[in-house]
Design a protein around this ligand. Structure first.
Ligand code: NAI
Ligand code: MG
Length: 500
């Protein structure tokens, strides 16, 4: 094993971790859970405890709903759109001041390389708040010409929904908190956000910055706890009017059932088994690193990971040989080592799950060109794995693995695209897809034919606050980011005025 040299912790991180157990943020204050219960959060690079966190359950959710309702009808209602925008912008500025602390906390809790947290998670989260700060002042309805009477004036208002529940996973804890909070706050809602039990820390740190940014008490409430207790209390709550969820398709289905009680509006961003298609006319200097990053970024724990790699038969052997030699050389180690290119998986549960898929792949007859079995060392390390000799029916080609494991499959078709598109679309998921070709016509034709909410051509995992993101089929519904996200958090009121 290569030597690891960890960076020194930012003093703010040290100070933050020193004062455990971490509290819930409800009604503008940091409070203990009513039950007094706590749980541990674990450093996935060692398997050791980082600190403890208060565990919220239904009683704490009730308390957060009361605080949120008070804010919605009280102080938040008095805040102008312009002031709202400035608070979001102020929050982004504070995050920038605390960027290194946020990046380190994310790495300690999730395991990801700190170089990635610095380059992606933190700046994207900051940018997301700035983007939505701008929307605060740009919401408007329209005046509609109608045929109901000469003197009937009709117009629409785009109003906030009210108390919104948001439940996020552990793969991009800070960034997904930003995706959830940005649009909801810009549109004037009040929020109860639950972080994932595996990665509670960056959201609590964010809560401290939210407190400093000047949002009225109760506008943002951040709680930590488990899915079946705190999470279900949010989705079941009769006075929460909307729930936004990112996580597994399995839990997404539960969320819909639970939300049916009071017919909450639901938006879901779920899993994927995204196809990444390399045509023989691709620019391989881009396609090969792109396909590697598409599956190995964030240890493969990415909802839009390019986990089914279709490579044209003519170039299949060469592409796989190149990918294998890169993947075998990737430096894997603790995220706090700046030379680590890939870190551990988030939890022992995820480690077991992904290890199970490696075993399944081997048993079902796939060949691991590199990787293929978990590392025998402390922490939850699974090496970058490229499976060849995969067919479309194998478990590793059908199910979301959520680890650094790609299933590579050749394609060969006379029509060039018809067959591979059919195979790419032969999944219940539809979050994203990638296409590598230098033929402009083919690029567009394939992009249009793929059943996915995002199609990347000659790039992968590109994201921007202005560009919508979300799923087809069982990858969810609703679109986060961009102007589309405003629809998730507003309801339209038509106002009729009889001027006669
Ligand atoms: P999960 O879907 O169980 O957890 C995501 C969030 O939902 C967490 O905050 C959790 O506390 C909450 N939750 C769980 N059960 C709930 C319930 N009954 N009611 C309300 N909230 C609930 O994901 P998990 O178990 O951590 O990972 C399992 C698999 O899910 C992964 O292996 C991966 O395949 C997939 N996944 C997909 C993600 C994505 O971004 N699309 C993110 C995380 C996991
Ligand atoms: Mg779960």
């Amino acid at each position: 094993m290569a030597e690891t040299v960890k960076i020194a912790l930012d003093p703010r991180v040290e100070a933050f971790l020193a004062k455990g157990p971490k509290k819930l943020f409800i009604g503008g204050e940091f409070v203990e859970s009513l039950s007094g219960k706590t749980f541990e959060t674990i450093d996935p690079s060692s398997g050791e405890m980082i600190t403890t966190v208060y565990e919220a359950d239904a009683a704490d959710v009730d308390r957060a709903v009361e605080a949120a309702e008070r804010a919605f009808h009280g102080d938040w209602a008095k805040v102008s759109p312009s002031e709202r925008g400035r608070m979001l912008w102020k929050l982004a500025d504070l995050m920038e001041e605390h960027a290194e602390a946020l990046a380190q906390l994310e790495t300690i809790d999730n395991g990801k390389p700190v170089t990635h947290a610095r380059a992606a998670d933190v700046p994207l989260a900051i940018d997301h708040f700035r983007y939505f700060a701008g929307w605060s002042t740009k919401l408007s309805g329209e005046v509609i010409n109608n045929s109901a009477g000469r003197n009937m004036l009709t117009y629409t208002r785009h109003e906030p929904i009210g108390v919104v529940g948001q439940i996020i996973p552990w793969n991009f804890p800070l960034l997904l908190a930003a995706w959830k909070l940005g649009a909801a706050l810009a549109t004037g809602n009040v929020v109860i956000l639950k972080s994932a039990e595996q990665t509670p820390l960056s959201a609590i740190y964010l809560a401290e910055l939210i407190q400093q940014a000047g949002f009225p008490e109760g506008v943002v409430n951040i709680i930590t706890g488990y899915g079946p207790t705190a999470g279900a209390a949010i989705t079941n709550h009769p006075r929460i009017r909307k729930v936004a969820f990112t996580g597994s398709t399995e839990v997404g289905k539960l969320i819909m059932q639970q939300a049916a009680g009071n017919l909450k509006k639901v938006s879901l961003e779920l899993g994927g088994k995204s196809p990444n298609i390399i045509f023989p006319d691709a620019d391989f200097s881009k396609a090969i690193p792109g396909a590697l990053m598409g599956i190995f970024f964030n240890q493969g724990q990415v909802c839009c990971a390019g986990s089914r790699l279709f490579v044209h038969k003519k170039v299949y052997d060469n592409v796989l040989a190149d990918m294998t030699s890169f993947a075998a050389k990737m430096k894997q180690g603790p995220g706090l080592d700046e030379s680590s290119e890939i870190g551990p998986l988030v939890s022992s549960e995820q480690f077991e799950r992904v290890s199970g898929y490696l075993q399944k792949g081997n048993e079902e007859g796939a060949t691991a060109l590199t990787g293929g079995s978990p590392l025998d060392r402390a922490g939850y390390f699974v090496p970058p794995t490229i499976f060849a000799d995969v067919n479309d029916r194998m478990t590793i080609a059908r199910e979301e693995i959520f680890g650094p494991v790609v299933a590579a499959m050749p394609f060969d078709d006379e029509a060039q695209i018809a067959d591979v598109i059919r195979r790419a679309n032969d999944t219940e998921y539809g979050l994203a897809a990638g296409v590598w070709t230098t033929d402009l016509r083919k690029a567009h034709r394939v992009a249009h034919a793929l059943e996915a909410g995002t199609v990347w051509v000659n790039c992968y995992n590109a994201l921007d606050a202005a560009v919508p993101f979300g799923g087809y089929k069982q990858s969810g519904y609703g679109r986060e980011m961009g102007s589309y996200a405003l629809d998730l958090y507003t309801q339209v009121k038509a106002v009729w005025i009889n001027l006669d």
